[in-house]
Write a protein that binds this ligand. Structure first.
Ligand code: FES
Length: 205
């Protein structure tokens, strides 16, 4: 199989960054997800194996080890709530309950309409701004359960094409771990991290 021309071009550019083709396996798995709207399919993993020279089993071993490679489908908005120690002590479990209740999607599942996936995650490096949440890997810190509900309602009503961390923080965030610096010009266009080489970034609207 081959991907779309744009994706194949991106794959070639990613491969060119690495002296060993197999070292590109992780970004290529993200690229495979982006090609399929967020799902990592068997075909996608086969193409990664072809491109890297790894066996299908080796690619599957990587894909099955890391939870961010979604092999069972994923919604348009992936809401990830940190429940590790700092966030747990600051109410992360209550935030997760609020997200699950507001979206109607239990932890670890995707709603039937494909709008939301909800998951709890381990520390996402924002402990100083606990409790921390990500939407399509865009971060928002200092989230209360009520703000989490508002965030989910906003996503369901507005259906933004691009999710931008700065916007989420301004609308629904609280205490931040540190000053994030220059304003973000771009965000994530789907449930794959926003990286230019993957083609998963979009300008803020
Ligand atoms: S414990 Fe939640 S971000 Fe570190």
């Amino acid at each position: 199989m081959t991907w779309s021309r744009a994706t194949e071009t991106r794959a070639a550019a990613i491969l060119a960054r690495y002296p060993e083709k197999r070292s590109a396996v992780m970004p290529l798995l993200y690229l495979a997800m982006a090609e399929e709207g967020g799902d990592l399919t068997e075909d996608g993993m086969r193409r990664v194996a072809e491109l890297t020279g790894l066996s299908a089993a080796q690619v599957q071993a990587v894909a099955s080890f890391y939870t961010m490679y979604k092999r069972d489908g994923v919604g348009r908005y992936l809401v990830s709530v940190c429940t590790s120690i700092s966030c747990m002590l600051c109410g992360g479990d209550e935030v997760l309950d609020a997200v699950a209740d507001e979206t109607g999607v239990p932890d670890g599942e995707t709603g039937e309409d494909g709008l939301f996936s909800v998951e709890h995650v381990e520390c996402i490096g924002a402990c100083g701004g606990a409790p921390a949440v990500q939407v399509n890997y865009e971060l928002v810190e200092g989230v209360t359960p009520e703000q989490a509900r508002s965030l989910c309602r906003w996503l369901a009503e507005q259906r933004p094409e691009t999710v931008v961390g700065d916007d989420l923080q301004e609308r629904f965030g609280g205490q931040r771990s540190f000053d994030w610096g220059p304003e973000e010009a771009e965000g994530a266009t789907g449930p794959v991290p926003a990286f230019g080489p993957l083609g998963t970034t979009g300008e803020r609207s």
